[in-house]
Design a protein around this ligand. Structure first.
Ligand SMILES: [Zn+2]
Length: 57
């Protein structure tokens, strides 16, 4: 990914797609939200495991 000053956008050298900094920001926000969701899921599962383990005692 290189920054092209003439079009004020980032250009991917592999596929030739261009991203503005706004695009990249949105992309990283999506990624952040995805990770947040994943962590939530993991926590729920851990809580369930704890509950399950505790109920067996
Ligand atoms: Zn690409």
């Amino acid at each position: 990914m290189i920054y092209d000053r003439s079009i004020r956008a980032y250009v991917c050298l592999h596929c030739g797609l261009t991203y503005t900094s706004q695009d990249l920001l949105m992309e990283s926000q999506k990624e952040f939200e995805r990770k947040l969701q994943e962590n939530k899921k993991r926590r729920k599962y851990e809580e369930y495991l704890e509950w399950w383990t505790a109920s067996k005692k």
